[in-house]
Every structure is written in structure tokens, then in C-alpha cells.
Design a protein around this ligand. Structure first.
Ligand code: NAD
Length: 288
């Protein structure tokens, strides 16, 4: 296993990106947004772990932490892996932002997952006037050794700056929408400068990029699928990526991105697709 900083490219699925906490974060994980509790979810988590994934990204609001926990337990039994070899992320939902509320939400997520710690706990959205007190709770959990790493999600530069003004600990990760139509250049530069690892949600733009001519051209040039071209582009930017699928063949396909390299010119061409286009809500204008 090799560890890299957040500005280098992971070379294998079992490489790790080192967060400032020293925590080793897998460069690629399985996302489970919009996957309901049940057999498909459990099977997807098990397939992913069997295929070499070690990171699973869930959230309280996805309503599927119990199934994720079940999948994890079954996979550990089946593979003989230890819990410590996995990297499990969850997120505190907006309604639970606040010091005491966030501490309680963490306990509830652990209980549903059946785990006694998380590897990464994130503030899901930057709800004004609420994320600072929630951050105090995350800092406390981290300092008490209850969680391996803490971070945020959907934070723009201004949210990060405001949080960091009074924070004891700088967020270690910022998970944001990131794909070739939303390349987030300024935010990526800012996070790199502050040693915050950027993590891409909806890296495949929820399926919205598969007909893009340049990506089809590159898929053909490199003998890969469009999904693999996009995920490789994430990794070469030092961005952690968490594509979602419940189909075993796609879960496998999405992890086969460590044995080819996009040229600098092709990286730039993909960067050039940016349209500042979102599939999800805008962190500067949301009302939930
Ligand atoms: P995604 O970009 O990962 O796209 C998923 C879609 O692409 C699915 O419909 C899937 O069937 C399809 N797909 C996956 N692999 C494919 C392949 N190889 N070929 C063809 N189609 C393929 O979308 P997402 O689920 O929104 O994002 C990924 C993860 O990011 C989520 O599951 C969740 O864990 C996280 N997320 C976080 C936030 C946040 O606010 N923090 C928001 C959205 C998503």
C-alpha cells in the first residue's frame, strides 16, 4: 500500500490519500445515495468490498445506514477483513445541526450502522448560522478519538473561510459536486492550499455525461468506458471519487481506473468541458 498527498495520483485501489489527521483515505469508494434499504443495497456493499473497495459513503438522510451496516458485517464475515481496513463515511443532516443535536446524530448513525466509530463524519450542507456549532461537536468527537477524521460537504470557499475563522481544527475533507461539467477550479485550488482533500459527489453527473462527444472520443482512444475516463480524471486531479452503482459489473468497472493514465493534454481537454452546471442543489442558494 502506498500513501499519497492530495495533489498526487493514487496508483492502485489500495493506495491511500493521507488526511492531515494522518488518516488513510481510499481514493475511490462506493456511493449509496438513493439506494433504499434492502437486499440490493446489502448486495452492492458486499460486492464492492469483495471487489476491493474499502470505502462506503452514506448519510443519515439517505435512510439506508442500517442496510449499509448489514452489508459491512456480512462482507467482513465473508472476506475475513477487519473493520479497521474499511473507511466508512456518514453525514449529519441539516435538521440535526447544532452542538448537542449533532453529537446525538453521530450516536444514532453509529447505532444504525452497528459500528463503534466512523472514519469520516461530514456536515452535509452549510446551513447558515448552524454549521459552526455543529463543527464544535465534530471537533469534540475527533479530539476524543470517537471519529478518525472530520470534514464538510457542499461548502463553498466563503463557508470554509468562515468556519476556519473560529475552528480549532480545519476540515480534512470537502465533499462537493464535481464532474467535467462542474470542475470547481477555484474551490479545488483553495482546498489544496489548505490541505483539505476534495471528494467528488455525483462524479458521473448521475448519468448525464455518457453522450458527451469528447468523453466518447477519449473512451475510444484509451479503450475504456466513459465512466472510467471521468473517474480517472478525478484521481489525476487528486480528487477522491465515490461513484454509485448497485450493479456488480458497474461497481467493478468503476474501480478499474488505476491501470491507465490520461495525458496532460487530455486532462486539460476534459477540464475545458466545464459549464458550471449542477445536477444537485446550489450551496449558495438552497432552502432545506
Ligand atoms: P453518480 O454520478 O455516481 O451517478 C450514479 C448513476 O450513474 C447511477 O444511476 C448509476 O446507475 C450510473 N452508473 C454508475 N456507474 C456506471 C457505469 N460504469 N456505467 C454506466 N452508468 C453508471 O451519482 P450520485 O449517486 O449522485 O453520486 C455518487 C455518490 O456521491 C452518492 O451515491 C452519494 O454517496 C454521494 N453524494 C453526496 C451528496 C452530498 O450532498 N454530499 C450529494 C449527492 C451524492
Amino acid at each position: 500500500m502506498k500513501t499519497t498527498s492530495n495533489q498526487q495520483t493514487a496508483l492502485a485501489l489500495n493506495d491511500r490519500i493521507t488526511l492531515v489527521s494522518g488518516t488513510a483515505m481510499p481514493p475511490l469508494g462506493l456511493g449509496v445515495f438513493q439506494v433504499e434499504e434492502g437486499d440490493d443495497l446489502i448486495a452492492a456493499v458486499k460486492s464492492a468490498i469483495r471487489l476491493g473497495y474499502r470505502s462506503i459513503d452514506t448519510a443519515a438522510v439517505y435512510g439506508n445506514e442500517s442496510g449499509v451496516g448489514q452489508g459491512i458485517r456480512e462482507a467482513l464475515l465473508e472476506t475475513g477483513l477487519r473493520r479497521e481496513e474499511l473507511f466508512i463515511t456518514s453525514k449529519v443532516w441539516n435538521a440535526d445541526l447544532g452542538y448537542a443535536e449533532t453529537l446525538a446524530a453521530y450516536e444514532l448513525s453509529l447505532q444504525k450502522l452497528g459500528l463503534d466509530y466512523l472514519d469520516l463524519y461530514l456536515i452535509h450542507w452549510p446551513v447558515e448560522d448552524k454549521y459552526q456549532s455543529a463543527w464544535k461537536a465534530l471537533e469534540e468527537l475527533y479530539l476524543a478519538g470517537r471519529v478518525k477524521a472530520i470534514g464538510v460537504s457542499n461548502f463553498q470557499t466563503r463557508h470554509l473561510e468562515k468556519l476556519m475563522q473560529n475552528a480549532e481544527i480545519t476540515p480534512m475533507v470537502n465533499q462537493v459536486e464535481f464532474h467535467p461539467f462542474l470542475t470547481q477550479k477555484e474551490l479545488l485550488d483553495f482546498t489544496r492550499k489548505h490541505n483539505i482533500v476534495m471528494e467528488a459527489w455525483s462524479p458521473l453527473m448521475q448519468g448525464g455525461l455518457f453522450e458527451e462527444p469528447l468523453l466518447l472520443e477519449l473512451a475510444s482512444k484509451y479503450g475504456r468506458t466513459v465512466a472510467q475516463i471521468i473517474l480517472r480524471w478525478d484521481l489525476q486531479h487528486g480528487v477522491v471519487t465515490i461513484p454509485k452503482s448497485i450493479r456488480e459489473a458497474r461497481i467493478a468497472e468503476n474501480s478499474q481506473v488505476f491501470d491507465f493514465e490520461l495525458s496532460p493534454a487530455d486532462m486539460e481537454r476534459i477540464d475545458g468541458l466545464n459549464r458550471n452546471l449542477r445536477v444537485g442543489p446550489d450551496p449558495d442558494d438552497f432552502d432545506f
